[in-house]
Design a binder for this molecule. Structure first.
Ligand SMILES: *[C@@H]1O[C@H](CO)[C@@H](O)[C@H](O)[C@H]1NC(C)=O
Length: 342
């Protein structure tokens, strides 16, 4: 099973100090900007932030995808509206999300709606309760947001159409293209998008590599009567720039892990890419993306690098002798993010 590395103690003090300094700076900047730049009211073009708990219990039970429609609470996404919420209302964020998704189901070109903003807290929203704003971002990988912390009423989500929402995990062995799943794991995807805005991801790397061995076939299916590892048919790493604060990611959609699934170990920033269909792991991990099938040979190559034995929480693991650095990159610019060029 994927395991958490033991946290290192050094650096914690520095991190805390930096956090405090960071928070204070943010507050000052926020105070100045909200005074100077704040729009008069949340009208038209600004839409989203949301708090809404109705998503719970309506999670898709289907595998990757289809059924999820979730967003991030207390987040307001901006951007031009393609449908104004003043007279477009629903009872749940899920319905609002679906309304956006419907506009994005064509096979031709980019989505007409790629983001939605919903006001779901009856008391706090007042007359805005139920408003569902459908939006189109200038750049869906860098959504235009106004984060307002707890008091933000709105809940927002992203929808990526075919060929959109693909980022690259770039390594010396090739680029792993990852299709992100914002409707199922919106908090996770929002975090990954935040990594795109950084100039580097120092410290981001793969450090554990375990082959399929003879236990799973090349399609990831378990071989009858074979053990379930070790080796565990996965590569594991960390997605956190050195020195940056990391807020644990809440548990999101946890389908059965299949070959190509990209998932957090616990609440991150440790993550793994599965080389096999791990039914035996049950539904224990938040899956936020999938590796494009044609890139699985790169994952296999990393899994085949030389390793040494180690024991993490009493699990025998294989740790890469030389960790593989990784950078999170947007793929070629252009309207479609999804081209497979590498
Ligand atoms: C872990 O490795 C040790 C030493 O190689 C071995 O004795 C033990 O059986 C292994 N445990 C499992 C669960 O494979």
């Amino acid at each position: 099973m994927p395991r958490r590395l033991n946290d290192g103690e050094p650096g914690r003090f520095t991190a805390t100090t930096l956090l405090v300094i960071g928070l204070i700076s943010c507050l000052i900047v926020y105070a100045v900007f909200s005074a100077v730049l704040r729009p008069q009211d949340h009208t038209l073009d600004s839409a989203v932030r949301i708090t809404d708990s109705q998503d719970q219990g309506r999670l898709a039970t289907a595998g990757d995808g289809g059924g999820c429609c979730r967003g991030v609470e207390n987040l307001e996404l901006w951007g031009p509206a393609v449908k104004w919420g003043t007279d477009f209302k629903f009872y749940s964020s899920e319905e609002c999300c679906k309304a956006c998704k419907v506009m994005c189901s064509g096979n031709d070109g980019p989505c007409l709606c790629d983001s939605w903003v919903f006001c779901g807290n009856k008391e706090a929203c007042g007359s805005k309760f139920g408003e569902c704003w459908l939006k189109k971002q200038k750049d869906v990988l860098v959504p235009d947001s106004q984060e307002g912390g707890q008091k933000v009423l709105w809940t927002s989500g992203l929808i990526f159409g075919q060929g959109e929402g693909i980022v690259g995990f770039e390594t010396e062995h090739g680029v792993l293209h990852v299709k992100l799943h914002p409707e199922c794991a919106p908090h996770s995807v929002y975090y990954i998008l935040s990594l795109l805005t950084l100039s580097h991801c120092a410290g981001c790397q793969f450090h554990r590599a375990e082959k399929r061995g003879s236990y799973w076939d090349s399609e990831g299916n378990h071989v009858n009567n074979a053990p379930y590892g070790p080796p565990y048919a996965m590569i594991q790493g960390i997605l956190q720039p050195e020195g940056d604060m990391f807020s644990p990611i809440p548990t999101e959609h946890c389908p059965t892990i299949s070959r190509g699934s990209v998932a957090w170990v616990g609440s991150g920033p440790e993550f793994f890419i599965s080389l096999a269909n791990h039914h035996e792991w049950k539904q224990s991990y938040t899956v936020f993306g999938s590796i494009l099938p044609e890139d699985m040979d790169i994952a296999e190559r990393i899994a085949g690098l030389s390793t040494r034995a180690d024991v993490w929480n009493s699990v025998n693991v294989s740790v890469l002798e030389k960790p593989v650095s990784l950078a999170v990159r947007r793929m070629k610019a252009g309207r479609e993010q999804g081209d497979t060029g590498s």
